[in-house]
Design a protein around this ligand. Sequence first.
Ligand SMILES: O=C(O)C(=O)C[C@]1(C(=O)O)C=C[C@@H](O)C=C1
Length: 381
Amino acid sequence: MALKAVSICICANQSISHLGVTDLGCRRSGSVLNLRFERKWECCGASAQRKPQAPVLGLQDGSELTHITETRGFHKDLNSLPRPLTAMDLSSFPRDGVKVRVAYQGLSGAYSEAAALKAYPKCETVPCDHYEATFKAVELWLVDKAVLHIEHSVGGSIHRNYDLLLRHRLHIVGEVQLLVNHCLLGLPGVRKEELKRVLSHPQALEQCEITLNKLGVVRVSADDTATAAQIVASEGLRETGAVASARAAKIYGLDILAEKIQDDSDNISRFLILAREPIIPGTDRPHKTSIVFTLEEGPGVLFKALAVFALRDINLSKIESRPQRNRPLRVVDDSNQGSAKYFDYLFFIDFEASMAEPRAQYALGHLQLNLVCWSVSKAQF
Ligand SMILES: O=C(O)C(=O)C[C@]1(C(=O)O)C=C[C@@H](O)C=C1
Protein backbone atom coordinates (compact mmCIF):
# COMPACT_ATOMS: atom_id res chain seq x y z
CA MET A 1 0.00 0.00 0.00
CA ALA A 2 1.42 3.35 -1.02
CA LEU A 3 1.95 5.89 1.73
CA LYS A 4 0.61 9.32 1.12
CA ALA A 5 2.67 12.34 2.15
CA VAL A 6 0.69 15.17 3.64
CA SER A 7 1.29 17.98 6.07
CA ILE A 8 1.20 17.73 9.81
CA CYS A 9 -0.96 20.35 11.40
CA ILE A 10 -0.54 21.97 14.75
CA CYS A 11 -3.54 22.80 16.88
CA ALA A 12 -1.63 25.60 18.53
CA ASN A 13 -2.35 27.59 15.39
CA GLN A 14 -6.07 27.03 15.45
CA SER A 15 -8.30 30.03 15.45
CA ILE A 16 -10.72 30.55 18.28
CA SER A 17 -14.29 31.72 17.94
CA HIS A 18 -16.26 32.85 20.92
CA LEU A 19 -19.61 34.14 21.97
CA GLY A 20 -20.05 37.55 23.42
CA VAL A 21 -21.19 37.37 27.00
CA THR A 22 -24.58 38.83 26.18
CA ASP A 23 -25.14 36.13 23.57
CA LEU A 24 -24.65 33.25 25.93
CA GLY A 25 -27.38 30.69 25.59
CA CYS A 26 -26.90 29.43 29.08
CA ARG A 27 -28.73 29.29 32.33
CA ARG A 28 -28.06 27.93 35.75
CA SER A 29 -30.27 25.11 36.89
CA GLY A 30 -29.69 24.65 40.58
CA SER A 31 -25.97 24.85 41.01
CA VAL A 32 -25.16 22.98 37.80
CA LEU A 33 -24.25 24.80 34.64
CA ASN A 34 -26.65 23.74 31.95
CA LEU A 35 -25.93 25.04 28.47
CA ARG A 36 -28.43 25.27 25.65
CA PHE A 37 -26.12 24.92 22.72
CA GLU A 38 -27.21 27.92 20.72
CA ARG A 39 -24.75 28.53 17.93
CA LYS A 40 -24.61 32.28 17.52
CA TRP A 41 -20.94 32.39 16.82
CA GLU A 42 -19.14 35.63 16.65
CA CYS A 43 -15.50 35.63 15.58
CA CYS A 44 -13.05 37.77 17.44
CA GLY A 45 -10.82 39.94 15.28
CA ALA A 46 -7.67 38.02 16.02
CA SER A 47 -9.18 34.72 15.03
CA ALA A 48 -10.53 36.14 11.78
CA GLN A 49 -6.99 37.21 10.87
CA ARG A 50 -5.74 33.74 11.57
CA LYS A 51 -8.15 32.08 9.14
CA PRO A 52 -6.09 29.20 7.79
CA GLN A 53 -5.13 28.86 4.15
CA ALA A 54 -4.57 25.17 4.62
CA PRO A 55 -7.28 22.55 4.11
CA VAL A 56 -10.18 22.49 6.50
CA LEU A 57 -11.35 19.08 7.64
CA GLY A 58 -15.09 18.72 8.12
CA LEU A 59 -16.11 16.71 11.13
CA GLN A 60 -19.21 14.59 11.28
CA ASP A 61 -21.25 17.01 13.34
CA GLY A 62 -20.77 19.69 10.71
CA SER A 63 -18.19 21.63 12.67
CA GLU A 64 -14.82 22.24 11.13
CA LEU A 65 -11.38 21.37 12.32
CA THR A 66 -9.11 24.12 11.10
CA HIS A 67 -5.41 23.72 10.84
CA ILE A 68 -2.39 25.45 9.42
CA THR A 69 0.17 23.62 7.36
CA GLU A 70 3.75 23.50 8.51
CA THR A 71 6.26 22.40 5.93
CA ARG A 72 9.61 22.64 7.71
CA GLY A 73 10.01 23.52 11.39
CA PHE A 74 7.21 23.48 13.86
CA HIS A 75 7.69 26.99 15.11
CA LYS A 76 7.62 28.84 11.82
CA ASP A 77 4.34 30.56 12.62
CA LEU A 78 5.11 31.46 16.21
CA ASN A 79 4.37 35.12 15.59
CA SER A 80 0.83 34.36 14.60
CA LEU A 81 0.20 32.05 17.53
CA PRO A 82 -2.30 33.07 20.16
CA ARG A 83 -0.84 34.62 23.28
CA PRO A 84 0.86 31.84 25.27
CA LEU A 85 -0.43 31.09 28.70
CA THR A 86 1.87 32.54 31.29
CA ALA A 87 2.85 31.04 34.62
CA MET A 88 0.32 33.48 36.11
CA ASP A 89 -2.49 32.03 33.99
CA LEU A 90 -1.64 28.55 35.17
CA SER A 91 -1.29 29.34 38.82
CA SER A 92 -4.16 29.18 41.21
CA PHE A 93 -3.69 32.80 42.18
CA PRO A 94 -6.28 35.32 41.14
CA ARG A 95 -5.69 37.17 37.89
CA ASP A 96 -6.74 40.77 38.23
CA GLY A 97 -8.43 39.77 41.46
CA VAL A 98 -10.42 37.05 39.71
CA LYS A 99 -10.03 33.36 40.54
CA VAL A 100 -9.35 30.77 37.85
CA ARG A 101 -12.71 29.18 37.05
CA VAL A 102 -12.64 25.49 36.24
CA ALA A 103 -15.61 23.54 34.83
CA TYR A 104 -16.09 19.90 35.75
CA GLN A 105 -18.73 17.25 35.18
CA GLY A 106 -20.89 16.38 38.16
CA LEU A 107 -21.96 17.91 41.43
CA SER A 108 -19.79 19.31 44.18
CA GLY A 109 -17.90 16.42 45.79
CA ALA A 110 -17.33 14.57 42.49
CA TYR A 111 -13.84 13.27 41.74
CA SER A 112 -13.65 15.56 38.71
CA GLU A 113 -13.98 18.49 41.09
CA ALA A 114 -11.20 17.03 43.24
CA ALA A 115 -9.04 16.86 40.09
CA ALA A 116 -9.77 20.54 39.35
CA LEU A 117 -8.79 21.47 42.90
CA LYS A 118 -5.61 19.40 42.69
CA ALA A 119 -4.58 21.29 39.55
CA TYR A 120 -5.66 24.73 40.81
CA PRO A 121 -6.03 24.56 44.61
CA LYS A 122 -7.60 28.03 44.89
CA CYS A 123 -9.79 27.86 41.81
CA GLU A 124 -13.53 28.39 41.66
CA THR A 125 -15.03 25.10 40.50
CA VAL A 126 -18.06 25.21 38.21
CA PRO A 127 -20.25 22.07 38.09
CA CYS A 128 -21.67 21.05 34.70
CA ASP A 129 -24.33 18.46 34.01
CA HIS A 130 -22.32 16.66 31.33
CA TYR A 131 -18.90 16.72 29.67
CA GLU A 132 -20.14 18.50 26.55
CA ALA A 133 -21.20 21.37 28.83
CA THR A 134 -17.70 21.65 30.31
CA PHE A 135 -16.26 22.14 26.82
CA LYS A 136 -18.93 24.71 25.97
CA ALA A 137 -18.34 26.56 29.21
CA VAL A 138 -14.72 27.15 28.19
CA GLU A 139 -15.61 27.96 24.58
CA LEU A 140 -18.19 30.51 25.72
CA TRP A 141 -15.69 32.15 28.09
CA LEU A 142 -17.81 31.29 31.12
CA VAL A 143 -14.82 29.57 32.69
CA ASP A 144 -11.06 29.47 32.06
CA LYS A 145 -10.46 25.73 32.08
CA ALA A 146 -12.22 22.37 32.06
CA VAL A 147 -11.20 19.03 33.54
CA LEU A 148 -11.86 15.95 31.46
CA HIS A 149 -11.69 12.38 32.78
CA ILE A 150 -9.69 10.54 30.11
CA GLU A 151 -8.46 7.28 31.62
CA HIS A 152 -8.79 5.04 34.63
CA SER A 153 -6.32 2.44 35.89
CA VAL A 154 -9.06 -0.21 36.04
CA GLY A 155 -11.64 0.80 33.43
CA GLY A 156 -9.14 2.09 30.84
CA SER A 157 -9.80 4.92 28.40
CA ILE A 158 -12.97 7.04 28.47
CA HIS A 159 -13.62 6.76 24.74
CA ARG A 160 -16.43 9.26 24.57
CA ASN A 161 -14.12 11.92 25.97
CA TYR A 162 -11.49 11.18 23.31
CA ASP A 163 -14.22 11.83 20.74
CA LEU A 164 -15.19 15.08 22.45
CA LEU A 165 -11.58 16.29 22.22
CA LEU A 166 -11.86 16.13 18.43
CA ARG A 167 -15.28 17.71 18.22
CA HIS A 168 -14.12 20.81 20.09
CA ARG A 169 -11.23 23.18 19.61
CA LEU A 170 -9.81 23.29 23.08
CA HIS A 171 -6.16 22.68 23.91
CA ILE A 172 -4.73 20.23 26.41
CA VAL A 173 -2.64 22.26 28.84
CA GLY A 174 -2.12 19.86 31.71
CA GLU A 175 -2.80 16.54 33.34
CA VAL A 176 -3.86 15.44 36.82
CA GLN A 177 -3.64 11.98 38.29
CA LEU A 178 -5.92 11.35 41.21
CA LEU A 179 -5.97 8.45 43.66
CA VAL A 180 -9.66 7.60 43.91
CA ASN A 181 -10.56 6.22 47.34
CA HIS A 182 -14.21 5.23 47.24
CA CYS A 183 -16.37 5.17 50.37
CA LEU A 184 -19.72 3.55 51.01
CA LEU A 185 -22.07 6.26 52.24
CA GLY A 186 -25.46 6.05 53.91
CA LEU A 187 -27.91 8.16 55.86
CA PRO A 188 -26.78 8.87 59.45
CA GLY A 189 -27.39 5.86 61.70
CA VAL A 190 -27.84 3.36 58.84
CA ARG A 191 -25.71 0.16 58.95
CA LYS A 192 -24.28 -1.21 55.72
CA GLU A 193 -26.10 -4.53 56.24
CA GLU A 194 -29.40 -2.63 55.94
CA LEU A 195 -28.63 -1.47 52.38
CA LYS A 196 -30.56 -3.03 49.51
CA ARG A 197 -29.32 -0.73 46.72
CA VAL A 198 -26.20 1.25 46.00
CA LEU A 199 -26.14 4.26 43.72
CA SER A 200 -23.08 5.61 41.91
CA HIS A 201 -21.36 6.43 38.64
CA PRO A 202 -21.10 3.17 36.59
CA GLN A 203 -17.28 3.34 36.66
CA ALA A 204 -17.27 3.71 40.44
CA LEU A 205 -19.65 0.74 40.83
CA GLU A 206 -17.34 -1.31 38.59
CA GLN A 207 -14.31 -0.32 40.64
CA CYS A 208 -15.95 -1.61 43.85
CA GLU A 209 -17.26 -4.91 42.52
CA ILE A 210 -15.87 -7.15 45.29
CA THR A 211 -17.34 -5.09 48.17
CA LEU A 212 -20.68 -4.66 46.44
CA ASN A 213 -20.88 -8.39 45.63
CA LYS A 214 -20.28 -9.20 49.31
CA LEU A 215 -23.06 -6.83 50.32
CA GLY A 216 -25.40 -8.39 47.74
CA VAL A 217 -26.90 -5.03 46.81
CA VAL A 218 -28.58 -3.94 43.59
CA ARG A 219 -26.44 -1.42 41.68
CA VAL A 220 -28.08 1.69 40.29
CA SER A 221 -26.18 4.12 38.09
CA ALA A 222 -26.04 7.85 38.66
CA ASP A 223 -24.50 10.67 36.60
CA ASP A 224 -21.58 10.98 39.02
CA THR A 225 -20.65 9.88 42.51
CA ALA A 226 -21.62 13.17 44.16
CA THR A 227 -25.07 13.10 42.55
CA ALA A 228 -25.51 9.60 44.03
CA ALA A 229 -24.69 10.94 47.50
CA GLN A 230 -26.94 13.95 46.99
CA ILE A 231 -29.92 11.74 45.98
CA VAL A 232 -29.52 9.47 49.01
CA ALA A 233 -29.36 12.50 51.32
CA SER A 234 -32.05 14.67 49.76
CA GLU A 235 -34.56 11.82 49.36
CA GLY A 236 -33.79 10.29 52.75
CA LEU A 237 -33.24 6.81 51.26
CA ARG A 238 -32.48 4.55 54.24
CA GLU A 239 -32.05 1.37 52.21
CA THR A 240 -29.90 2.99 49.52
CA GLY A 241 -26.21 3.71 49.85
CA ALA A 242 -23.88 5.67 47.60
CA VAL A 243 -20.33 5.02 46.44
CA ALA A 244 -18.64 8.39 46.59
CA SER A 245 -15.80 10.34 48.17
CA ALA A 246 -15.31 11.20 51.85
CA ARG A 247 -15.69 14.81 50.75
CA ALA A 248 -19.14 14.04 49.28
CA ALA A 249 -20.13 12.48 52.64
CA LYS A 250 -19.25 15.74 54.37
CA ILE A 251 -20.99 17.94 51.81
CA TYR A 252 -24.25 15.96 51.81
CA GLY A 253 -24.26 15.02 55.54
CA LEU A 254 -23.94 11.26 55.06
CA ASP A 255 -22.13 8.69 57.24
CA ILE A 256 -19.11 6.82 55.91
CA LEU A 257 -20.09 3.15 56.32
CA ALA A 258 -16.87 1.79 54.78
CA GLU A 259 -13.68 3.34 53.43
CA LYS A 260 -11.36 2.42 50.55
CA ILE A 261 -13.85 -0.06 49.13
CA GLN A 262 -12.29 -0.15 45.64
CA ASP A 263 -11.05 -3.57 44.46
CA ASP A 264 -7.67 -2.20 43.47
CA SER A 265 -5.87 -0.06 46.05
CA ASP A 266 -4.07 1.80 43.24
CA ASN A 267 -7.31 3.15 41.83
CA ILE A 268 -6.07 6.04 39.72
CA SER A 269 -8.02 8.37 37.43
CA ARG A 270 -6.23 10.54 34.87
CA PHE A 271 -7.79 13.86 33.95
CA LEU A 272 -6.81 16.39 31.27
CA ILE A 273 -6.93 20.14 31.77
CA LEU A 274 -8.36 21.96 28.75
CA ALA A 275 -8.12 25.61 27.84
CA ARG A 276 -8.90 27.94 24.94
CA GLU A 277 -5.25 28.75 24.36
CA PRO A 278 -2.29 26.41 24.08
CA ILE A 279 0.93 26.50 26.03
CA ILE A 280 4.07 27.27 24.10
CA PRO A 281 6.30 24.34 24.97
CA GLY A 282 9.66 24.86 26.62
CA THR A 283 12.51 22.68 27.78
CA ASP A 284 12.48 23.92 31.36
CA ARG A 285 10.75 20.80 32.69
CA PRO A 286 9.51 17.43 31.37
CA HIS A 287 6.66 17.78 28.89
CA LYS A 288 4.23 15.50 27.15
CA THR A 289 2.86 16.09 23.67
CA SER A 290 -0.40 14.62 22.38
CA ILE A 291 -0.99 13.97 18.70
CA VAL A 292 -3.76 12.38 16.67
CA PHE A 293 -3.44 11.04 13.14
CA THR A 294 -4.87 8.64 10.58
CA LEU A 295 -2.97 6.09 8.56
CA GLU A 296 -3.43 4.66 5.11
CA GLU A 297 -4.29 0.96 5.19
CA GLY A 298 -1.33 -1.39 4.76
CA PRO A 299 1.04 -3.81 6.45
CA GLY A 300 3.47 -2.30 8.90
CA VAL A 301 2.14 1.24 8.58
CA LEU A 302 1.51 1.67 12.31
CA PHE A 303 4.89 0.09 13.04
CA LYS A 304 6.56 2.69 10.79
CA ALA A 305 4.61 5.49 12.42
CA LEU A 306 5.73 4.44 15.90
CA ALA A 307 9.31 3.91 14.72
CA VAL A 308 9.78 7.67 14.25
CA PHE A 309 9.64 7.96 18.05
CA ALA A 310 11.64 4.83 18.85
CA LEU A 311 14.45 5.98 16.54
CA ARG A 312 14.80 9.15 18.60
CA ASP A 313 14.48 7.48 21.98
CA ILE A 314 11.16 9.19 22.66
CA ASN A 315 8.97 7.33 25.12
CA LEU A 316 5.28 6.86 24.27
CA SER A 317 3.13 7.01 27.38
CA LYS A 318 -0.23 6.24 25.77
CA ILE A 319 -1.67 4.90 22.53
CA GLU A 320 -5.38 4.87 21.80
CA SER A 321 -7.33 4.25 18.61
CA ARG A 322 -10.87 5.33 17.76
CA PRO A 323 -12.95 4.75 14.66
CA GLN A 324 -12.86 7.80 12.41
CA ARG A 325 -16.42 9.06 12.61
CA ASN A 326 -16.54 10.88 9.28
CA ARG A 327 -15.14 7.81 7.46
CA PRO A 328 -16.61 5.05 9.56
CA LEU A 329 -16.65 2.03 7.29
CA ARG A 330 -14.89 0.99 4.10
CA VAL A 331 -16.71 -1.81 2.28
CA VAL A 332 -14.18 -3.75 0.23
CA ASP A 333 -16.70 -6.01 -1.46
CA ASP A 334 -20.45 -5.41 -1.31
CA SER A 335 -21.46 -8.97 -2.17
CA ASN A 336 -22.49 -9.41 1.47
CA GLN A 337 -20.87 -12.85 1.48
CA GLY A 338 -18.56 -12.37 4.44
CA SER A 339 -16.60 -9.68 2.65
CA ALA A 340 -14.09 -7.61 4.59
CA LYS A 341 -15.17 -4.28 5.99
CA TYR A 342 -12.72 -1.92 7.59
CA PHE A 343 -13.03 0.95 9.94
CA ASP A 344 -10.65 3.79 9.42
CA TYR A 345 -8.98 4.65 12.67
CA LEU A 346 -7.66 7.69 14.39
CA PHE A 347 -4.58 7.09 16.52
CA PHE A 348 -4.03 9.18 19.62
CA ILE A 349 -0.50 9.15 20.97
CA ASP A 350 1.05 10.85 24.00
CA PHE A 351 4.82 11.06 23.87
CA GLU A 352 7.25 12.28 26.47
CA ALA A 353 9.01 15.19 24.81
CA SER A 354 8.44 18.87 24.28
CA MET A 355 7.88 20.34 20.83
CA ALA A 356 10.71 22.73 21.70
CA GLU A 357 13.10 19.76 21.45
CA PRO A 358 14.63 19.09 18.01
CA ARG A 359 14.11 15.33 18.40
CA ALA A 360 10.34 15.87 18.74
CA GLN A 361 10.31 18.21 15.74
CA TYR A 362 12.29 15.69 13.67
CA ALA A 363 10.03 12.84 14.75
CA LEU A 364 6.90 14.66 13.62
CA GLY A 365 8.66 15.79 10.43
CA HIS A 366 9.45 12.14 9.77
CA LEU A 367 5.84 11.18 10.43
CA GLN A 368 4.74 13.90 8.04
CA LEU A 369 6.85 12.41 5.27
CA ASN A 370 5.27 9.01 5.56
CA LEU A 371 1.73 9.21 6.77
CA VAL A 372 -1.68 10.70 6.45
CA CYS A 373 -1.55 12.71 9.59
CA TRP A 374 -3.61 15.55 10.95
CA SER A 375 -4.22 17.59 14.03
CA VAL A 376 -1.30 17.65 16.41
CA SER A 377 -2.23 19.09 19.75
CA LYS A 378 0.02 19.69 22.67
CA ALA A 379 -0.35 18.66 26.23
CA GLN A 380 2.18 20.16 28.59
CA PHE A 381 2.25 18.13 31.77
O1 LIG B 1 -18.48 10.53 39.51
C1 LIG B 1 -17.49 11.23 39.74
O2 LIG B 1 -17.23 11.65 40.87
C2 LIG B 1 -16.61 11.56 38.65
O3 LIG B 1 -15.81 12.45 38.73
C3 LIG B 1 -16.69 10.72 37.44
C4 LIG B 1 -15.76 9.56 37.44
C5 LIG B 1 -15.75 9.02 35.98
O4 LIG B 1 -15.73 9.80 35.03
O5 LIG B 1 -15.66 7.80 35.80
C6 LIG B 1 -14.39 9.94 37.78
C7 LIG B 1 -13.54 9.16 38.46
C8 LIG B 1 -13.95 7.95 39.16
O6 LIG B 1 -13.22 6.88 38.63
C9 LIG B 1 -15.40 7.68 39.00
C10 LIG B 1 -16.21 8.48 38.34
